[in-house]
Design a protein. Structure first.
Length: 235
């Protein structure tokens, strides 16, 4: 991701949503790394939008725990510890295993078709070697299951966790062997889902997230997310 990629070139009706997506992806990709101070005027210039749109986007990111208030009320990209990552994945295992069971039980053909499409996109981005797009496709895969599991409660809670782990996933994908192993896990999960195998899908999802948890935690233990200290500029 590059600085110029942040610019919103169109003038859509929902500028705030576009600004939110751009900033969320900038954080997920590491363009704005953990601890990075976010300065309103700089974000307005980068995105090409008003301060109001930036502030609304920042409030949403704060509610998603992607940014946090630092010293002197400044805003910084949140830092996630290995313990935090471990706990997030433990909750994901519980919620998303239940979600995929319900997804299969409901047997919604339209939702299944959407999931198959995303699964193909994951394969496509893996072959291209685009880690950011691969990470985004992975998020869409999980969200498709959550959005079609028949539980708004599970969806709302689990989606918040998905947003927090996107940067962790992006980092852990760079671990040797993790991409190939992860793809095999997604393939096994899809096989069980398309076969209508509720127990098999639950088992595959659990194992996939257990492995993803181990990779994310190992990544942080080897290379913790360091907080960047910046003093220039004001919000």
């Amino acid at each position: 991701m590059k600085y110029q990629d942040l610019k919103i070139t169109a003038n859509p009706a929902l500028v705030r949503d576009h600004a939110l997506d751009k900033l969320r992806n900038a954080i997920s990709s590491g363009f704005y790394p953990p601890g990075k101070r976010l300065i309103e005027r700089e974000l307005c210039e980068a995105l090409g939008v008003s301060r109001t749109s930036v502030r609304e986007a920042l409030r949403q990111l704060q509610s998603e725990n992607l940014i946090e208030i630092g010293q002197r009320r400044t805003l910084r990209v949140a830092v996630i510890s290995a313990k935090d990552a471990s706990d997030v994945y433990l909750v994901r295992i519980k919620l998303e295993t239940e979600a995929v069971k319900r997804f299969v039980e409901l047997g919604d053909k339209t939702a299944l078709k959407a999931l198959v499409r995303v699964h193909k996109e994951i394969h496509k981005q893996l072959h291209k070697g685009d880690l950011l797009e691969l990470s985004l496709a992975a998020s869409e895969f999980y969200e498709t299951i959550l959005a079609n599991c028949g539980s708004k409660v599970i969806y709302d809670i689990a989606r918040q966790l998905l947003v927090r782990v996107q940067y962790l996933r992006y980092r852990s994908m760079s671990m040797p062997g993790r991409l190939d192993a992860g793809m095999e896990e997604w393939d096994r999960l899809m096989d069980a889902i398309t076969a209508g195998d509720v127990d098999g899908a639950a088992k595959a999802m659990t194992q996939h997230l257990v492995n993803a948890r181990a990779a994310a935690v190992a990544t942080l233990e080897v290379n913790p997310l360091e907080t960047q200290v910046e003093t220039a500029g004001e919000m």
